[in-house]
Design a protein around this ligand. Structure first.
Ligand SMILES: CC(C)(COP(=O)(O)OP(=O)(O)OC[C@H]1O[C@@H](n2cnc3c(N)ncnc32)[C@H](O)[C@@H]1OP(=O)(O)O)[C@@H](O)C(=O)NCCC(=O)NCCS
Length: 338
């Protein structure tokens, strides 16, 4: 265990391996206490999903997690995330202090620990996310971070979706996209199609990133396969709808929803993107209405779908609002040079 001295008392900072059940349970308990305090609308944080996240990450490169203790009491969770695919200048940090242990300097000590690591690795920029709330605003500003992007968490309650209206929206979108066919796929993409999928995945770089100092993400086929493996590795159901241009056979766009294994009533929207050359045919709305129709048939137990968008992403938000998504939380992305 590394020990880091602040004024008093010393913090114990222990790396959490995904396979260490006891440490993962304690780490997840801190995260759940923070969630309950700061994100009451959120789905409870489960130890099992935390272990899977620490094993698989978003696309095969999980954050390094630490449990932070003082005199044997679990007070905070610290996370350090980088990717090998792009953005080598950057480390993304997470500091979560248990609500019963705030304003004692622990957040600051955790941040110092993470920033030291970023510096030691030669990173020149650090960032992190928080809810748009007083404590993280004051904390981040005091430590030289600036709010560089606003991201909004929306939720759709499927029981509130008017199926007749959904069918009308779908038919209307279809009428604008006669040259495209829709393809539904559960689970992993066959190897022969991964290259085409990787090409359209890069279209997500057209989503606004506001003032963040980040480069476009790169998506070689290995990364797209690693993303699928990471979610299938959790046991989740990965559902993808693609739009394919009938004339050329090119993939034009996709939308992905993941349904949780342990809580199959909970689903999450991942990427939705339409490549530039195929925009203007209502494919965004078409893909998402098709996904809703498919969910109703195939996964009728799904109660909610959560999504995240940059607040400035007018097009995607327009589609989401037509489909009845409601705002549940507003978050900030902070960044500072090192
Ligand atoms: C933000 C957070 C990490 C702060 O943790 P903490 O241990 O309470 O912070 P510290 O005691 O180290 O505070 C350091 C300084 O930050 C500022 N600060 C922290 N919380 C504050 C609050 N609620 N209101 C005003 N200033 C605050 C103060 O300047 C504080 O110094 P002071 O107590 O001497 O006035 C904690 O509230 C938290 O975990 N929030 C949820 C997760 C999150 O948003 N993480 C941060 C991402 S940027």
């Amino acid at each position: 265990m590394d020990t880091l001295r602040t004024q008093t008392p010393p913090l114990g900072i222990t790396e959490v391996a995904w396979s260490d059940e006891d440490l993962v349970r304690r780490f997840a308990a801190v995260k759940e206490a923070v969630r309950a305090a700061d994100e009451p609308w959120g789905h409870p944080i489960l130890a099992s999903r935390t272990a899977a996240a620490l094993r698989h990450g978003w696309d095969g490169e999980p954050a390094v997690a630490h449990l932070v203790t003082v005199d044997g009491v679990d007070v905070a969770a610290a996370e350090y995330e980088t990717t090998s695919w792009d953005n080598q200048h950057l480390a993304w940090l997470g500091a979560d202090v248990h609500p019963a242990h705030r304003r004692r300097g622990y957040g600051e000590a955790v941040l110092d620990f993470l920033v030291d690591r970023a510096r030691a690795e030669g990173r020149t920029s650090v960032g992190g996310n928080s809810w748009d709330a007083a404590a993280p605003r004051a904390f981040a500003t005091r430590h030289g971070f600036e709010a560089k992007a606003v991201e909004v968490n929306r939720r759709q309650h499927l029981a509130r979706v008017d199926q007749a209206r959904l069918e009308r929206l779908h038919a209307d979108a279809l009428a604008h996209a006669p040259d495209y066919e829709l393809v539904r796929r559960v689970g992993a993409t066959p190897a022969a199609e991964l290259g085409a999928l990787a090409e359209i995945t890069a279209a997500i770089n057209d989503a606004p990133t506001d003032d963040l100092d980040i480069e476009d993400e790169v998506f070689p086929t290995e990364r797209v396969a690693a993303y699928e493996n990471a979610w299938l590795g959790r046991g989740d159901r990965l559902m993808r709808v693609c739009a394919r241009h009938r004339g050329t056979g090119e993939l034009a766009g996709q939308t992905v929803v993941v349904v949780e294994a342990e809580r199959p009533q909970v689903a999450h929207q991942h990427d939705t993107s339409v490549v530039r050359a195929h925009r203007g045919h209502r494919l965004g709305l078409l893909l998402k209405t098709e996904m809703l129709r498919w969910l109703a048939e195939d996964q009728p137990q799904v109660a909610t779908v959560d999504t995240w968008n940059a607040e400035s992403n007018d097009h995607m938000i327009g589609v989401n609002e037509v489909l009845g998504y409601e705002v549940v939380g507003r978050a900030l992305a902070w960044q500072r040079p090192l």
